[in-house]
Design a protein around this ligand. Structure first.
Ligand SMILES: O=C(O)CCC(=O)C(=O)O
Ligand SMILES: [Fe+2]
Length: 217
């Protein structure tokens, strides 16, 4: 099997696994709060609905997305970037609900990153078959802050690679409530999501929801 992450700690309900240096999975870290997190996601996406963005290369992303916080990630024919406004509504992105920012700060702390205060929260929705190709998160202004990424609903296989697109990848199964935190030497590593298999979760239906926190600057 290609999956044997090193178990760093185990507190019974939640445990921590290392993908590689400076990349951790906090298993089940967000399970207890998941219903409230989903409620916050629904509040955000009522104001800024999920949409499929265009890539600079002219493709349409299979995951649909929304954002909250002072900066939101956008993609169009011009490129990838952060914007203070939702290009669809021309309004500022919805404020980041406290339950989301607090969870992000706590998860970062649990992974050893102190004082992580994200200004950008990207929400990805994957329906069956949707995926995210290997990419680096590199539109943020500085790379000192980690990325905190929360999985809800239907499971996924996360690919985590190296500094080059062609580097070998590790397959990491992500379940409802798992949180991945990567920073330091892993901050710019390529990662992606394999096509989501058909499934069902009582909180999200057929979807997988991913909430990704960054300091965009
Ligand atoms: O859905 C995920 O778990 C990863 C999302 C991601 O890599 C991103 O939004 O940049
Ligand atoms: Fe990413």
């Amino acid at each position: 099997m290609n999956y044997d992450l090193f178990d760093l700690s185990n507190n019974g309900d939640t445990w921590t696994e290392e993908i590689c240096k400076d990349a951790l999975v906090l298993r089940q870290f967000a399970v207890a709060q998941a219903p409230e997190l989903m409620q916050a996601v629904t509040e955000v996406t009522t104001q800024a609905p999920f949409r499929h963005m265009q890539t600079p290369g002219g493709y349409t992303m299979s995951a649909s997305l929304s954002s909250c916080g002072s900066m939101g990630w956008v993609s169009d024919r011009v490129g990838y970037r952060y914007s203070s406004h939702d290009p669809q509504s021309k309004q500022p992105w919805p404020a980041m609900p406290e339950i989301l920012s607090k969870l992000a700060t706590e998860a970062a702390e649990a992974a050893g990153y102190h004082r992580f205060y994200p200004d950008a929260c990207l929400i990805n929705r994957y329906t069956p078959g949707a995926k995210m190709s290997l990419h680096q998160d590199r539109n943020e202004r500085d790379y000192d802050a980690p990325i905190v990424s929360v999985s809800l609903g239907v499971p996924a296989t996360f690919l985590f690679g190296g500094m080059q697109r062609g580097d070998k990848t590790i397959k990491v199964p992500l379940a409802h409530g798992d949180v991945v935190v990567w920073g330091g030497e892993s901050r710019l590593k390529f990662h992606g999501i394999l096509p989501i298999k058909a499934g069902y979760h009582s909180l999200t239906g057929e979807d997988r929801i991913n909430i990704t926190f960054r300091v965009a600057g």
